[in-house]
Design a protein around this ligand. Structure first.
Ligand code: NA7
Length: 548
């Protein structure tokens, strides 16, 4: 390991791409725990990652902030000092939190902002990565670590005439920093995923009229947001050791226990009470009421119907309520949005819902949106149309491994990884929250910390053993892909056309991208691999290819 941080930045131990949750923590571990020379390249002008870009009205976290944050792994002092103002924090507050982390650990001095990576190629002779940037720089490093998040490449559908629109248009994932004033405007919102569900009630309060173009209704869960009181804050802080321990053991990285009972094992009226209680608590707790909701269609239908009935209770017009009630996929097979007054928005006079599955968008015109049923004239269009998740940004980095093989080509028939963290033919590449790891099917900061800590421990091991190259074997990779597919097949998740299976991007290979085996189980597997001397990886020294 280097004695000091490299000054010329041309021959680093490690290069990290991205300065969101994962890049910040990775830099801290590389530099401050391991003493490696490390640099972070970040396209934005500041830290924050997804919380830097997603500034649309209503943007907030769907996981409770007291555990959607860094744990005691980073700092117990920060945990004690930082107080979230709401149960589910807004984007500006989360961004402030990440800025605070950057300042507190003096991270910015090793982050190069405004730097977009355009290529990353492995030099097998030198045993190094060379990274090219849009500004024409070339930076080399022994290890390349992607920390680009799972939802950072926007999906802007290629509607005919899209660029002919004369009004203003926005994508929620690239929202203007100065904000947008919709007062008095007619606004089209396309998309009703987690983002649209947060944005639509906010815009409806401001605009003259909002027309919502919905392709697939979702099972939106009551958010149950509330301010954080002093008492709540103290209770959480006193309970943090238990909370963090639980997040590392449970299936989804939340500190909630999933009840050990199946949905159909209890009488209908009792099940209803259980759902009502979970509903009243708000957030994803509804998913923890029974242990077979994701495994058994009949069990799932009980939760689905409960949620449909909630919509019917709240939306006054029965026809609109039925348009909003999902019937074509099981509950939780698409990411359920959390809502705060979303359904009541459709009781407003100034909101219209258009079902674009029945009447598809044919074109964007200079003055609005045209569907099979007619044209909707608007002043602005908001695309809440999501992301090319999990692989979109990795491919845009232009990563090429041994023999010039591009990552996009290698994964053309779906990702092939070992543990979702590395892939054969791409030595010394680590992918934080990559496909086939729990990632978006978990509380992200918990999975990020687990990956970063595992990578840091791995690099320490390599250094101690004098190993300069690490690469998963083909056999280990095949084994992981087979395991991933087997676990996926046990669940209902492949049933829906979700971004989890890549269905939102035309031509994208369809497979479940995140790993659904569970955060706790996955951690155990990764720890076991490490304990067995990084079983499944080929480790070699620079001067010889003999395994270490
Ligand atoms: P999502 O969840 O991918 O939602 C995108 C929405 O846009 C969804 O309703 C889509 O309908 C709709 N969409 C996408 N393309 C089209 C086209 N071509 N025509 C009509 N409608 C379309 O993205 P979000 O930003 O809301 O959330 C992403 C994640 O961020 C979220 O899950 C959280 O994890 C945080 P569809 O359902 O595909 O029929």
């Amino acid at each position: 390991m280097s004695d000091a941080v490299s000054t010329d930045r041309s021959d680093l131990d490690a290069l990290v791409i991205g300065a969101g949750f994962s890049g910040l923590y990775m830099l801290h571990r590389l530099r401050d725990s391991l003493g490696l020379s490390a640099l972070v390249l970040e396209a934005a002008d500041d830290v924050g990652g997804t919380w830097y870009w997603n500034r649309y009205p209503g943007a907030r976290c769907d996981s409770e902030s007291y555990f959607y944050s860094f744990s005691d792994r980073l700092s117990t002092d920060l945990l004690e000092e930082w107080t979230w103002s709401e149960r589910f924090a807004t984007q500006p507050e989360i961004l402030r939190y990440l800025q605070t982390v950057a300042e507190r650990f003096d991270l910015r001095r090793d982050i190069r902002f405004g730097t977009t990576v355009t290529s990353a190629s492995w030099d097998d002779d030198a045993g190094r990565w060379t990274v090219g940037t849009a500004g024409g720089e070339r930076i080399t490093a022994r290890f390349l670590i992607t920390a680009v998040g799972c939802l950072s490449t926007t999906n802007l559908p290629d509607f005919p005439g899209r660029d002919s629109f004369q009004g203003a248009w926005y994508h929620t994932g690239l929202w203007p920093h100065e904000g947008v004033d919709f007062t008095g405007q007619r606004v089209a919102v396309i998309g009703t995923g987690a983002t649209g569900v947060q944005l639509i009630p906010e815009v409806a309060q401001e605009a003259a009229h909002v027309t919502v173009f919905q392709r697939t209704p979702n099972y939106d869960i009551a958010g149950g947001n509330h301010p954080v009181t002093e008492d709540f804050d103290r209770k959480i802080k006193d309970d943090y050791p238990r909370i963090w321990a639980r997040t590392r053991e449970t299936a989804f990285g939340f500190p909630y226990d999933v009840a050990e009972r199946t949905a159909l094992s209890v009488p209908d009226d009792e099940r209803q009470v259980i759902f009502e209680e979970a509903w009243a608590q708000g957030g994803f707790r509804l998913g923890t009421t029974f242990n077979d909701l994701l495994l058994d269609e009949d069990a799932n239908e009980t939760a689905a119907e409960f949620l449909r009935n909630k919509i019917r209770e709240r939306v006054h017009d029965p026809e609109i309520a039925e348009m909003l009630a999902p019937k074509d996929h099981p509950f939780f097979t698409k990411r359920p949005p959390l809502e705060n007054g979303y359904y009541e928005t459709y009781n407003r006079e100034n909101v219209t819902l258009v079902d674009v599955r029945r009447s598809p968008i044919e074109a964007i015109t200079p003055t609005g949106v045209r569907t099979a049923d007619g044209e909707y004239e608007v002043d602005s269009i908001v695309y809440a149309t999501g992301f090319d998740a999990m692989t979109g940004t990795l491919y845009k980095l232009g990563i090429t491994g041994r023999g010039g093989l591009s990552l996009a080509d290698k994964w053309a028939q779906g990702p092939r990884t070992y543990l979702g963290i590395a892939t054969h033919d791409f030595p010394n590449l680590f992918i934080i929250t990559g496909p086939q790891s729990p990632s978006v099917l978990s509380n992200m900061p918990v999975s990020i910390e687990q990956h970063v800590d595992w990578i840091a421990d791995c690099l320490r091991h390599l250094h101690e053993q004098g190993v300069e190259r690490i690469e998963p074997t083909v056999e280990a990779e095949d084994g992981w892909v087979a395991h991933h597919d087997e676990v996926t097949g046990m669940t209902l998740l492949p049933r829906a056309d979700s971004w989890w299976v890549g269905a939102n991007i035309p031509g994208k290979h369809r497979s479940l991208y995140p790993y659904v085996g569970g955060v706790g189980v996955y951690r155990g597997i990764c720890d076991d691999v490490a304990a067995k001397g990084y079983e499944g990886f080929a480790l070699s020294r620079a001067e010889a290819t003999a395994p270490a």
